[in-house]
Design a protein. Structure first.
Length: 572
């Protein structure tokens, strides 16, 4: 299809009518055209003689067709406008987005008569478009600048990332089926590798890739707090998500339903597992990857941040020959990590230990671990029944989710097995009533359960930049502390340094409330006591609440009051 810009005679006539050039200039230009005179057409000759330029021609054409004319050399284009148009669309239609007018995207075109371009863009981009006219030369330069090759785009982004300088990502995927790298794919593979490597270097537990309306947001969860990092250009969103789905062995064509996958890889010879979850959103698929460092599992109870009195209580519980030890708390509160530490403590050659988990987060030497797979009928309950025939001494059930699993776990505890498991409750005493609510008879709960521990995680003050801190009177009132109780206090705060990425925190520790069932508590449970009554009795027996344990750690200079308040309820 010929373009108006190719119609040199029409433009020549228009320049004369608008008095942009005069007859003498026109005649001089015409004399320069033709095979013998060097210039292919009259417009080329007019430009050569400097009677007109592209900007002037564009302005005349825009005015003739009632459109705005712009000089792209003087316009600063916002990044969100560039991200709104993918490179293939910009190159196919030879357009450049220049900004937003409310929800309307303004794009520069070179031919004001080609309104089919605007209609096509409205359909392709699924949004309102307003066209303005700019010179083809300026548009081509900006397309090359903003939408060069994929490799150039990725390299440009990588240069802006802090750790990209002099660093080559050394991520190798253990599942090699997808590793046929074409020239177009290699830059995306490099970018995805760097995103993962950056998260690992910053000690992130999760990577969140979230498609928003005008940007593609990447956030790392570091010590339990989400931190936004450099966002890749919006137009790389589809490439990045497809690459991750290929790595996770999930269907890249399916974008309507949630999917789960797993990536096994090595970073600088360190084995990592990434648990991948995709969820469709209004602006594309959101992907969350949980990073599991197989070598970093805590194997010592003391490394969990417990004080000596609580460590002694835990060791007393896990040395019992039978019964259930429950660990409670919300998702991400460190329950599984604590259970792994307990298992490592009791893992002896003389004991047979079996776990049933969903998923198996870390592989423990000398322990038989069973993976739940509901799609083939391997549920917690079925796996637990099978485990009982394996004659174990100790059983860990990743989570008690239903009455059937709870009943089997209770029966195992009553027949001479030590059972570790988790429940989702807000505090330790509520675990007792939760078991009863899902169908376990009170007398069985009273007989089987030996102890319950509730746990939360708080950020640990960075040891490298910690400095003494004097709490305000308001903070002391919140902690319910008087001057007499402050004589042994060691309040600290982290001022921020390179080692903790200026956050003042590095790593996390647990705050807990733990109680063992006494005869009085067993009698209360048998008689149907409420969780409040059980809690009051546990407190009278010496149980410290989550907040009280947290305040002990604030006074010891391990964490801050803000951290404790954010994860614990005020004691009534």
């Amino acid at each position: 299809m010929s373009s108006l810009l190719d119609n040199n005679d029409y433009i020549h006539k228009l320049l004369l009518e608008k008095n942009i050039i005069n007859k003498e200039q026109s005649e001089l230009a015409l004399q320069m055209t033709g095979k013998d005179n060097g210039e292919p057409n009259v417009i080329s000759a007019l430009k050569k003689l400097k009677f007109v330029d592209d900007a002037k021609i564009t302005s005349v054409l825009a005015s003739e067709y009632g459109m705005e004319s712009v000089d792209l050399s003087s316009i600063k284009i916002p990044p969100e406008a560039i991200d709104a148009v993918t490179p293939d669309v910009a190159k196919e239609y030879r357009i450049v987005p220049i900004g937003f007018l409310g929800d309307i995207l303004k794009v520069a075109i070179s031919d004001p008569t080609d309104m089919g371009v605007i209609d096509s863009l409205r359909f392709v981009l699924k949004r309102d478009i307003e066209g303005v006219v700019a010179s083809a030369e300026q548009i081509n330069k900006l397309i090359e600048h903003y939408y060069g090759s994929l490799s150039e785009n990725v390299d440009s982004f990588l240069k802006g990332m802090d750790s990209a300088e002099g660093v080559e990502p050394t991520v190798s995927v253990e599942n090699k089926d997808d590793e046929e790298e074409s020239g177009d794919e290699a830059p995306i593979i490099k970018l995805v590798s760097l995103i993962i490597m950056e998260a690992y270097k910053k000690r992130a537990s999760d990577i969140h890739l979230e498609p928003l309306e005008k940007k593609f947001r990447v956030r790392y969860r570091i010590d339990g707090v989400l931190q936004e990092v450099d966002n890749p250009p919006k137009y790389l969103q589809a490439n990045i998500l497809s690459r991750l789905k290929i790595m996770a062995k999930i269907d890249i064509a399916e974008k309507r339903v949630p999917q789960d996958g797993r990536i096994q890889l090595k970073i600088q010879e360190k084995a990592l597992d990434l648990r991948v979850s995709t969820v469709p959103t209004s602006h594309g698929e959101s992907i969350v990857m949980r990073i599991l460092d197989k070598s970093s599992i805590m194997i010592d109870i003391s490394s969990l941040g417990f004080f000596p009195d609580d460590i002694n209580t835990v060791k007393k519980i896990i040395s019992m020959p039978d019964g259930i030890f429950l660990v409670t708390g919300p998702t991400g509160s460190g329950k599984t990590t604590s259970l792994y530490a307990f298992l490592n403590t009791v893992n002896k050659p003389t004991r047979k230990i079996i776990t049933v988990e969903d998923p198996i987060e870390y592989h423990l030497e000398g322990i038989n671990q069973v993976q739940v797979n509901a799609s083939i009928g391997m549920t917690f309950a079925i796996a637990l029944r099978a485990m009982m025939r394996q004659a174990p001494n100790i059983i860990m059930v990743g989570e008690i989710r239903d009455g059937e699993t709870a009943e089997i776990a209770v029966n195992a505890a009553l027949t001479g097995h030590l059972v570790f498991s988790t429940l989702h409750t807000n505090d330790a005493p509520s675990a007792i009533t939760r078991l009863i609510d899902i169908g376990v008879k009170p007398f069985l709960v009273a007989s089987a359960v030996r102890a319950v521990m509730a746990q939360r995680l708080v950020r640990r003050i960075c040891a490298n930049c910690a400095e003494p801190y004097e709490p305000t009177q308001t903070e002391l009132d919140i902690m319910k502390l008087d001057k007499e109780s402050l004589k042994d206090a060691n309040f600290k705060k982290g001022k921020g340094c390179e080692e903790c990425h200026n956050s003042g925190f590095k790593g996390r520790l647990g705050i807990i409330e733990i109680f063992m069932l006494t005869e009085d508590l067993q009698d209360m449970i048998f008689k149907g006591a409420s969780s409040y009554q059980i809690r009051e009795a546990a407190r009278r027996g010496g149980m410290k609440s989550l907040r009280e344990d947290g305040i002990r750690k604030v006074m010891s200079g391990l964490t801050t009051l803000e951290e404790v308040i954010s994860v614990s309820a005020e004691d009534s």
